[in-house]
Write a protein that binds this ligand. Structure first.
Ligand SMILES: NC(=O)c1ccc[n+]([C@@H]2O[C@H](COP(=O)([O-])OP(=O)(O)OC[C@H]3O[C@@H](n4cnc5c(N)ncnc54)[C@H](OP(=O)(O)O)[C@@H]3O)[C@@H](O)[C@H]2O)c1
Length: 311
């Protein structure tokens, strides 16, 4: 498995990483824990060394599952988690203040059953700008000095927020949504990270399953599924348009004897500036398929076709 250096860090991350949101179970149809475990090992056994999670995924459950499964190989993998979305009976709120960071780090270390986190990421910027970015990044820098985290990352930040963060301490990566159906980062964030030697970690690389080609007009997606709850691509109009585009993706995939998922991941991996693609999976079969997204190349002509169809 090809590895790529994550920005200015010493982390050489596998080009396909593992996204562990669904390992939190909630909102993902409560996947079977033994199958999740097999999925994680399928990834690890085939060279995946970068695992991404967050406290809010299943309210601690994703971190617990990942920490437990990867415990025997902890020093062989990079654990990336996040902070800043806190929850109680009333819902989920953003809190990226210093005191909250010092509280959350201890909880993540405990759930992941580890003494350090390789990449600690601000999950979302403060939507109301209550906490100055310098306070958040300053607190993270103190965690680096204390040996609790190795590197600082951000997620869902704009270029201006990223530049403010960098002014306080080194930030090694930006994690943002990027896939054939969601290409907004191509306008500003990706060119900026690429030009500045910052790693880029695309999330939802399969558009939460849409790019696998398995969804149809008649697919029944439960109302409590995160896709129905949070993803604008699953709103009726966008969904219908996405399905039409996926038909084009299938045509290209067929030409190579690959699946739509593999073709979508290959397109992404070839984009300049991409470091590690955190592909989410619930089963070992999904992991196996997704790992086949790299190790081959789409012709330039087909990349251009995809760029146009999905433009
Ligand atoms: N920073 C952030 O704000 C943020 C936001 C979102 C995600 N993330 C991170 O990015 C990771 C990946 O994103 P994501 O999980 O949202 O979306 P994704 O990777 O695009 O899609 C993952 C889901 O698609 C389905 N799937 C995956 N491979 C498949 C295959 N080969 N065939 C059929 N179905 C397949 C599975 O769900 P089903 O089987 O249920 O269809 C799987 O859980 C997350 O796990 C998380 O670590 C971060």
């Amino acid at each position: 498995m090809e590895t790529r250096k994550l920005g200015g860090s010493q982390l050489h991350a596998s080009v396909i990483g593992f996204g562990a949101w669904a390992a939190g179970k909630a909102g993902w149809g409560d996947p079977d824990e033994r199958e999740l475990e097999r999925a994680i090992w399928e990834a690890y056994d085939n060279g995946v060394n970068f695992f991404d999670t967050a406290p809010v995924y299943g309210f601690g459950e994703s971190e617990r599952v990942l920490g437990r499964v990867l415990k025997p190989v902890r020093d062989q993998v990079f654990l990336a988690t996040k902070f800043g979305l806190v929850w109680d009976e009333t819902g989920i709120r953003n809190n990226v203040a210093r005191a909250n960071i010092f509280r959350e780090i201890e909880e993540s270390l405990r759930r992941l059953d580890t003494e350090y986190i390789d990449l600690y990421q601000v999950h979302w910027p403060d939507p109301e700008d209550r906490t100055p970015i310098a306070e958040t990044i300053g607190a993270l820098n103190d965690l680096v000095k204390a040996g609790k985290i190795r590197y600082i990352g951000v997620s869902n930040f704009s270029v201006s927020q990223l530049a403010q963060a960098q002014a306080t301490a080194p930030v090694v990566s930006l994690q943002s949504p990027y896939n054939l159906l969601q290409r907004k980062v191509e306008d500003a964030e990706l060119p900026y990270t690429h030009a500045n030697g910052i790693g880029f970690i695309p999330y939802s690389p399969l558009a939460q399953g849409l790019l696998t080609g398995k969804f149809t007009r008649d697919s029944a997606i439960p109302a409590d599924d995160v896709r129905k709850q949070l993803n604008p691509l699953f709103a009726p109009d966008s969904y219908a348009q996405a399905l039409l585009k996926v038909e084009k993706l299938k045509e290209v995939a067929n030409k190579y004897g690959k699946t739509p998922a593999q073709t979508a991941l290959n397109w992404l991996a070839a984009k300049p500036g991409i470091t590690t693609i955190i592909a989410g999976a619930k089963t070992s079969a999904q992991v196996r398929e997704n790992l086949g997204g790299v190790g081959w190349r789409l012709d330039d002509e087909d990349v251009n076709l995809l760029n146009t169809w999905f433009g």
